[in-house]
Design a protein around this ligand. Structure first.
Ligand code: AKG
Ligand code: FE2
Length: 285
């Protein structure tokens, strides 16, 4: 059985079934991608077209639209992972082991996340497998790379946010930086070797009829070291419906959210950092 260590940012999970060697290989391939793969090769992934298979960008995908105009101290590489055979051919060929390592890594992380989702079903009164179809069909690997920052007091590696998707498994390198908010204070989420930090996304608030909130988190920049993290995101398809679990609704706990599709949610979300603002259109007053 998985051994969990509760932190307010979600939960760091070890003994999760993803082999430690595969995690180390994945981390080292991605560090190589950011630090050794020639810039001329990587330039092919820099694009404004958001429907491209792989996108390499700096700061925040949607910062031009962002009302606060926030810029992050990070580079990010993101691509689809599921179904593997549809996407692997579009992934980088430099480092040469990219596809050979990240293919099995993404398959194993997906299996693990689906197991976690089944455990969450129990607590939410949903039948096992409830999240296995369209709710979790889109799988993204989002890799953050933060170079050393001369003045961390001026910027953040990643601004405070909640993840807008269903669930995230975050794999940190050994350089700290992730922080979570608890009782108005920021607390560091220390990297634990071979652990994943599980971050339930904003979708769990309406699914749990308001019982769960998605943990708010941010990343502080570091003056000396590079920091790399691999985020595996499971995201509902655009037409998948999010709605409160019927098992949690009764006379004393009436339904608090209308059903909505992921497409409707994302159209209004557009990088808002507040989960409650993104969910506001679906609240039953
Ligand atoms: O890099 C980290 O530690 C966190 C990244 C994160 O929160 C995200 O990609 O949503
Ligand atoms: Fe996040």
């Amino acid at each position: 059985m998985t051994k969990t260590r509760g932190t307010p940012a979600g939960t760091s999970v070890v003994n999760h079934g993803v082999p430690g060697k595969l995690m180390d290989d994945a981390m080292s391939v991605l560090i190589d991608f950011f630090t050794k793969t020639p810039a001329e090769y990587k330039a092919q992934f820099i694009t404004d077209a958001r429907d491209k298979s792989c996108v390499l960008y700096t700061s925040n995908l949607i910062y031009d639209d962002h009302e606060e105009g926030i810029r992050y101290w990070r580079d990010c590489f993101i691509h689809h992972c599921y179904p593997l055979e549809d996407h692997i051919k579009n992934w980088p060929e430099d480092p040469p082991k990219y596809q050979e390592v990240i293919g099995p890594y993404s398959v194993e992380v997906r299996k693990f996340l689906l197991t976690i989702l089944d455990l969450l079903c129990e607590g939410l009164g949903l039948e096992p497998g409830y999240f296995a179809g369209d709710h979790s069909k889109t799988q993204l690997l989002s890799v953050n790379h933060h170079i050393p920052c001369p003045d961390p007091s001026l910027t953040l590696g990643h601004a405070e946010h909640s993840d807008p998707n269903l669930i995230t498994a975050l794999h940190q390198c050994d350089v700290p930086g992730l922080q979570t908010r608890k009782d108005g204070q920021w607390i560091g989420v220390q990297p634990i070797p071979h652990a994943f930090v599980i971050i339930p996304g904003v979708q769990f608030k309406p699914i749990s009829n308001g019982m769960f909130s998605s943990p708010r988190h941010r990343v502080v920049a570091n003056t000396k070291k590079h920091r790399t993290t691999l985020g595996s995101f499971l995201v509902p398809t655009d037409d998948s419906i999010t709605e409160p679990s019927k098992a949690l609704i009764n006379e004393s706990n009436p339904q608090r959210y209308k059903p909505f599709t992921m497409g409707e949610f994302i159209a209004g979300w557009r990088g808002r950092l507040e989960e409650d603002v993104g969910l506001q259109p679906f609240v039953i007053e």
